[in-house]
Design a protein around this ligand. Sequence first.
Ligand code: FEO
Ligand code: CA
Ligand code: CA
Ligand code: CA
Length: 685
Amino acid sequence: MSKATFDPTLYNKSNNEPFSQVLDKHLSRRHFVKSGLGLGAMTAFAGMGLTACGSDNSATPKPVEPTIPVPPSKSSAKLNFTSVPGARLDAVVVPEGYSAQVLAPWGTPLNSKAAPWKADGSNSADDQANAVGMHHDGMHFFPLNNAANDGLLCINHEYIDEMALHPNGPTVDATSKLRTLVDEVRKEINAHGVTVVRIKLVNNQWEVVTNDNYNRRFTGASVFDIAGPLAYSPLLETRYSPDGSQARGTLNNCGNGYTPWGTYLTCEENWPEYFVNRGTLSRDQARIGISKTTTRYGWDDLAGQDEERLDEFGRFDITPKGVSALDDYRNEANGHGYIVEIDPYNPTSRAVKRTALGRFRHEGCTFGKLTEGKPVVFYSGHDARFEYIYKFVSAAVWDAKDANSSNRLQTGNKYMDEGTLYVAKFNENGGGVWLPLTLNSQTTDGKTLGDSFATLGELIINTAGAADLVGATPMDRPEWCAVDPFTGSVYLTLTNNSKRTEANPANPRLKNNFGHIIRWDEGDKDTEFSWDIFVFGSPSDGNADTNLSGLTDINQFASPDGLAFDKRGILWVQTDNSAKEVADKTNDQMLAIVPSTLVDAQQKPLPVRQNNQMELKRFFVGPNDCEVTGFAISPDYTSMFANIQHPANWPYSSNAAEATPTGQVIRPRSATVIIRKLDGKEVAV
Ligand code: FEO
Ligand code: CA
Ligand code: CA
Ligand code: CA
């Protein structure tokens, strides 16, 4: 299900200039704010400790000859597969010479506490707490013992399909329409969150290792620590956590990230819908879109039920009811909307919500190219129409030794709890400004954010509201972000925005139904960047005003969403399309391109256009009605993992490419698909 039903335009009431108005007239002109040094040389110098360049040390550092090799600024990867045709099947499609295997579909037991998955939907809440969750989304592969055939797969579970989860959908009282079954609601809560599962390659097939000590679930009921500016804040105090140190549950885990120190990042996206305030919405609740009437699945219907434990259902009703926050759950939603750090290698560790990275509908979280002695940067988009792109710059500077830290969550404390959050403003000349979100930051009306927020914690609770005040650029639904390992350029999917009503020479589609991918390079200062548009989604038969990248049958796509680089410099683009013009021709898909090789004679980066569009190739097509999302790859590049979310009538067997027979109806299961070459060599090249 795409989120076409959710209209965030209701919430962004700022008058910031829409992105459509600031797009440069020239589709690909990019103003480089970097001065002098090429990126490769900069990295080499910084690696030698010339970090005073970025400090306020007034002595000009003398450039010295690099003694370490300058890393290549261009990938040597060449895509070596034939683009697959569009398809509309209850099966996946892969290039000739490849296989596709289903792994860890929803309901797969992680341990023997869970009964095997039952095709009639009758598994219990306890089964679900010990089995793979529903609606797979972002994921990452963490190798064990540096092996390429043994590791931990972390999988996000974004939301649920109640019709598939239960034998006959949700049970409600005939008159009141309220939920009635405790176990059913617990099962729904347990189907959310994250799965950590050990997998091994045995005889060319990946297997789930049942009962492995690393296997674990995080659900909508798990306990998380709060870190960063909101740890122990009065804004987090609830009847359950009177000191504001903990929050229960992670919900709507969509995109993901990982850290340079070996932890997983899961991103809380459309969490506001799970809560209701039947009283008066606070400023931040109104801005982010908390409902005054309903919750997404009616979990709060069972508040006060005899079997309820520790207010497990009542907490979703955040209407103030008691004398103070310690008596009710008015602050429960304040524990949601964050980047959450999980250490998959330590199965007894508690996961941590990193509040310094802002609170909004986080799609993903991606770190920028690392430089020793420089801060670590994380990017995250707020996926809703007319919302913003953010980056977090750590206060601590990168020490490469931390990549091998044995206390990974403590390393997370070092790089993710203190720093500065910025929001992007795109200017017309191909330049852009990162606007800091601090209490001292200037607002567009000549005040400071400190005039609107008493503390940094209060600002973070209403991150999007603060971004409104400083004049950030409203975007067309920012989704995933990916960083080119060769150039450091940052790519971000803007999936679509059907509410765009103004024509613009640079983005001339009246409705941006097909989406595009923007990219930028950081400047010398933390506050500067330069940008262009890498590719526009479109049907191949779109007219010249629509098909701005000259896409053809081999690569037409719409609504780019999942996005990832592998370390070979291949960019993988996944779609979550609701535009009929492309959906009539192909199901959702995954495409590949090597952006760093798309350069002109002067080695300047080029966008995808008619004369080079053939470099963008379709690698994979998913089954009917699914979304293709989440990307991982084994360290030897021989196994690629992608998730199939909310398919209609799939999978029929463990062979993902085997179609469900015509006329046969099966209970659909989101699942991971593993794509391998029949000869066992690296995929895609
Ligand atoms: Fe969950 Fe923005 O996709
Ligand atoms: Ca989705
Ligand atoms: Ca998504
Ligand atoms: Ca999407």
